[in-house]
Design a protein around this ligand. Structure first.
Ligand code: TXA
Ligand code: MG
Length: 315
């Protein structure tokens, strides 16, 4: 989109949001299904469109960090420090919710998820709208997250009045989620901001993984992000043995001779950027099985490994 198209599309999106409708919004992580975070009917519509259970909370997207005060009843020093270090960017903070925050947004919990996205189109939309936007990833519940406008259209077609096109998402994996609503900071979902980076701000008290009583994260369901075809992790040797077209492979660097499928780069960030589009592309071929080549166990593959684990979880 050039600057003028962009402005017209944003004006159209703002008008739709003001009518309580839902629009497709590009972010640097994945595309979101955005609705006015202060309009309960608009939020209900997001759940209906996605087919998402009502107890799965939505992330509230803000134009800047100062707006945290409007959505959280307490903003701990750690939240300001993380915001300073990583916002705008791929980080979601879970804080104790302010009184006015709709139960619909929080899935009935006492906390709210907040993020300031970095994508210029998301920022322009937030600025023009002037309020906060509730936005889950713009995919049907349990399906692969969208990293291009066409993915959003494929999942929702004409049900959305506007899908803003912001190109391919630069990161391609959902935001890192850090829960600051409990006694100890806790990572609930791996993402582009890694443990090391977070520890530089939070110190060593940071732990990983949900515990009993921590807020629910739908991304933490094991079978989330799954393609329709069953997917399994496999070694390079196993990939090399596949010659049947009903098995599609997602390989590192190159598809072995004789096998069918796609490859992604061996750089973790580039891999993460391409992962969801590749899974969608392979899934569209309706294979009987998708074999995904194992990726390295190193720290920079943290978020990718998390998504691969979920994509290959059966049941
Ligand atoms: O990168 C992202 O975070 C993208 C873009 C669009 O911003 N959004 C996204 O939304 O991934 P969604 O709804 O697909 O996943 C958001 C996660 C969910 O797993 C949800 O449970 C969690 O954030 N979440 C939101 N509010 C929460 C809360 N109060 N407590 C715990 N988890 C929360
Ligand atoms: Mg999602």
């Amino acid at each position: 989109m050039d600057a003028i198209d962009n402005q017209a599309a944003i004006a159209e999106a703002v008008a739709a949001l003001q009518r309580g409708e839902t629009v497709g919004m590009p972010t640097e992580t994945v595309y979101g299904l955005a609705a006015d975070a202060r309009n309960p009917d608009a939020i209900r519509r997001v759940f209906t469109l996605k087919g998402r259970p009502a107890d799965h909370p939505l992330i509230v997207h803000l134009g800047d960090a100062a707006q945290m005060r409007q959505w959280a009843r307490a903003v701990p020093a750690a939240a300001w420090a993380l915001a300073q270090a990583f916002w705008p960017g791929p980080l979601t903070l879970i804080l104790k919710r302010a009184e006015h925050v709709s139960e619909l947004l929080t899935g009935g919990q006492d906390s709210v998820g907040l993020r300031v996205p970095a994508h210029p189109v998301a920022q322009a939309l937030l600025r023009a709208f002037g309020g906060a936007l509730a936005a889950p990833s713009a995919n049907r519940f349990g399906h692969i997250s969208p990293t291009r406008a066409e993915h959003v259209r494929a999942d929702f077609g004409r049900q959305l009045p506007v899908v803003l096109d912001g190109g391919s998402s630069a990161i391609g994996l959902e935001s890192t989620i850090v829960d600051l609503s409990g006694e100890q900071p806790r990572v609930l979902r791996p993402g582009a901001i890694g443990m090391e980076q977070l520890r530089q701000v939070l110190g060593e008290t940071l732990t990983e993984g949900a515990q009993a009583g921590s807020p629910r994260v739908s991304g933490a369901l094991s079978s989330h992000y799954a393609p329709r075809a069953p997917a399994r992790l496999a070694s390079r040797t196993q990939l090399e043995a596949q010659t049947d077209e009903s098995v599609q492979v997602l390989a590192l660097q190159s598809v072995p001779d004789g096998a069918h499928g796609l490859s992604l780069p061996t750089d973790a960030r580039a891999y993460g950027r391409g992962l969801y589009a590749a899974l969608r592309q392979l899934d569209a071929l309706r294979p009987q099985l998708i074999l995904i080549e194992e990726v390295p166990a190193e720290a920079q593959w943290w978020a990718v490994r998390d998504r691969l684990r979920r994509a290959t979880h059966s049941g």
